[in-house]
Design a protein around this ligand. Sequence first.
Ligand code: ZN
Length: 152
Amino acid sequence: MTELRELYQQVILDHNRNPRNFGALENADRHKEGYNPLCGDHLHIYLNVDGEDLITDIHFDGSGCAISKASASLMTQMVKGKTAQEARDAFERFQSLVTSEMDTPVDLEEVGKLAVFAGVREFPMRVKCATLAWHTMKSALDGKHDSQITTE
Ligand code: ZN
């Protein structure tokens, strides 16, 4: 378990240092700002959606703790090229992963790389850091333009 935990930490550190899909997306057709006042994480999510369905591109920028940035980075990798419904399903799986009881086994096949965030279950304050980008992405998909969401 210790080795697994170290691996998880490496993935989070890597995505924090070299966030994927980082930077504003020019001509994004959806933009959403998310704020987690408990920690001070402040992210912007930019989306291009083909028609109403396919997420052709997704970027993020902003500032926040390692967990919020790594989560945003992995989230963009996961939902890019997916349909809006698949992205919503991934949101649900992520949400239930990080809010499940500590002893709930993690289904690696189902959550894949997101399993690295299973560790935040030990730290309820960190759950909001990990889910901020996901809530913001979902809200952008729901089409609520340019209003800020917060985790409160
Ligand atoms: Zn945070």
